[in-house]
Structure formats: C-alpha cells, structure tokens
Design a protein around this ligand. Structure first.
Ligand code: 5AD
Ligand code: FES
Length: 353
C-alpha cells in the first residue's frame, strides 16, 4: 500500500490509525519530510521550541540480568564493573544543578549491592539537598513495595522500557527468567503508586517485525506513559547478538514522528543511541518530534564503562562539557534548552489536540 499525504494528515488530526495503515507507514521510506514536519508542528503547538534536559547519572554497571542485546549483561566477563557511592552521586547532582539541570536520572544495572535501603538513602539525600528537582530512577524491575519505598523517599519519576510488547519477540531478546508479563506489571505498579512513568523500546532489535512495532504502539496507548524513550538497537561484540545488524536511523526517526503524532503531550527524548548511529542523530530526532535530551553527568572516568552498546558518544574528554555541546546542537536544530523541571504537559479539555 502506498503511504500518502492523507495518511500523515489523518494521523496528525486524529492521533491514531488503523493497524494496516500504521504498518504501511512504518514499512516505507517514502514521505519522511512530510511526516517529520507534521510531527514538528504538533510538537511546537504543545511545547513550543523548548527542549528539556535530564542529567543522566549512570551509577552502577553491575547487572544480575543477562539480556541478549546488552553490553553490561551478567555474562560479559570483559566488562569492567564500577559503582559510584552516595557522595559521588551527590557530587554529580551538585555539578548538574550548577549547570542548570533540574532533573536527575539515576540509572544503573540491576545491582543487588544497591539494596532498597541504599537506594532510599541516596534518594532522600538528593531530595533533601535539591527540593526543587525531579528525581528519576531507572534501575529495573522491583517489587511494588520497593517502588513504593523509593517513592516515599522522594523519587517521583521512573524509566523502564518495555523493550518489545510482543511476548514471542520479548523471549527472543531475554533469557527465560524474564517475562513481558512481569515487565508490564512493573509499569502498571509504578503508575498506580503515582510515579510519572517512562517506557519505550529499541528500534531494529534482532527479529523485530513491523507488527512488533505496531504492538509497541498499541501497548503504549494502553499504558499512556508520560515519557517514551526509543533508540536504535546497536550491536555489542560481547553479547550473543554480536553478529546482528544495528537498527536504522531512518526507521527510528519515523517512529519518533509517529509517537509525537500519537502522543502529542509525551516527553520524547532524542537519545544517545540516536546520536551514536549518526553524527547528527540527536538533532534529527528533535526535528522529527523529540523534545528532551539527556546528557551524561557521570564522572568522565566511568562513562566508557557504561557500555550498553558499542561506540557510545560522550565518553571521551570532550564529554566533560556535554551541557555546552548539547546546547549548541539543540540551537542548531532550531530549539532551545530550558532550565526547568520539565513536567509533561497534560491536555486541557479546551485543547483541540
Ligand atoms: N542497543 C541499543 N539500546 C540498548 N539498550 C540496552 N542495550 C542496548 C543496545 N545494545 C537500551 C535498552 C535499555 C536502555 C537503558 O538501553 O532499551 O532499556
Ligand atoms: Fe555530550 Fe556533545 S553532548 S559531548
């Protein structure tokens, strides 16, 4: 089926399309410019030219999981492991605050060393010192009780990508001890507790079909997350997927635009993975509808070690000044970074969108 201008217009106007039409839209390289500019129009209607920044602190690369795609999986014995302690994490926040960050994202592997008590201590310390900031956790699957304890300690956002919403594909990407059902349960638990929730998936992961991507969109419609993070899958040599191809820039950008049109109010980051597969990947992501960037605040000495995939950007000496670098990149794309907590905008009943 040929994707026409009308399809893009229908998606922009109604925020939805029937399954077959969505699949056709994702399965072609045609009409990109139209799709991107429709997404940019919607993004500007809701968020203007503002880009929110999140300071990413990758505080541990130990992980008890063994996801087939991930460079810090348990069985990668050549990964050099590290942990930051509470003081080091607080130092990252202090530096971040000085640079204008009002959201800190604590991301790590599923590291049993960081017990609930340790996480709560870290979160409370950040909450006390930075009462005007949002604290985001991204530390994987936990029990509802644990999520509640973190929330009570002061965390208010949580990122947990569902990775793929089709059970068969999920089991191609993960060992048997992980399940899509559990992943989804976690996401709904987080929502019930009152977190602002972020989910998302990789584009072009091994075995992914257009129908899988459709399932991702339908699942997100059900979950209604505040943030949707996507990026291309990128191969890592020390994983069972070493021989698999990476995802493409084009399909990732097309997904970003489709997400913007389906979720006009969502926070959509232009991810590091996008910047890794193309020198202008993050700028292109913004132009395709993304409105968040997440520069790294981790100490430069550990950045290369948090290697989910190969050739990750912002890991060398240049990265000491990610904030300035990104500011210039965002401006060059036609947007500007704001110093704000950057909450999701909720639709007003009077809004047309
Ligand atoms: N390529 C791209 N993204 C990856 N992630 C993990 N491994 C890879 C990879 N090889 C993503 C996952 C995870 C997020 C933190 O990073 O989607 O949720
Ligand atoms: Fe990190 Fe440019 S954004 S060095």
């Amino acid at each position: 089926m040929k994707v026409s201008e009308t399809t893009v217009k229908l998606l922009a106007d109604s925020g939805n399309l029937p399954d077959e039409v969505l699949c056709a839209l994702l399965g072609t390289n045609e009409y990109d410019a139209e799709l991107f500019s429709a997404a940019d129009r919607v993004r500007r209607e809701v968020y203007g030219d503002e880009v929110y920044i999140r300071g990413l602190i990758e505080f541990t690369n130990y992980c008890k999981n063994n996801c087939y795609y991930c460079g810090i999986r348990r069985d990668n014995k050549s990964a050099v492991r590290y942990r930051l302690d509470k003081e080091e994490i607080l130092d990252c926040c202090r530096e971040g605050y000085r640079l204008g960050f009002r959201t800190f994202v604590l991301q790590g592997g599923e590291d049993p060393f960081f017990s609930d008590m340790r996480i709560c201590e870290i979160v409370s310390a950040i909450r006390e010192e930075f009462p005007d900031c949002a604290i985001t956790l991204s530390i994987g699957e936990k029990t509802k009780e644990s999520y509640l304890a973190f929330f009570n300690a002061g965390a208010n956002r949580y990122l947990l990508r569902h990775e793929t919403a089709e059970a068969g594909h999920y089991s191609r990407l993960h060992p048997k001890d992980m399940s899509l059902e559990k992943r989804k349960r976690c996401l709904f638990d987080l929502k019930e507790i009152g977190y602002q929730v972020g989910s998302g998936f990789m584009v072009g992961s091994p075995g992914q079909t257009i129908e899988n991507l459709l399932a991702d969109l339908r699942f997100l419609q059900e979950l209604q997350p505040d943030m949707i993070g996507i990026g291309p899958y990128i191969t890592h040599a020390q994983t069972p997927f070493a021989k698999c191809e990476s995802g493409s820039l084009e399909l990732t950008l097309r997904m970003v635009s489709v997400l913007r049109l389906m979720f006009p109010y969502a926070l959509i980051p232009s991810t590091t993975a996008l910047g890794t597969i193309h020198p202008k990947g993050r700028e292109l992501g913004l132009k395709a509808g993304a409105n968040v960037v997440m520069p790294n605040l981790s100490p430069v000495r550990v950045r290369k070690l948090y290697e989910l995939y190969e050739n990750k950007i912002c890991t060398g000496e240049e990265a000491a000044q990610c904030r300035g670098c990104l500011e210039r990149r965002v401006e060059s794309a036609g947007y500007h970074i704001v110093t704000a907590v950057g909450n999701v905008k909720k639709p007003h009943s009077a809004d047309k969108i």
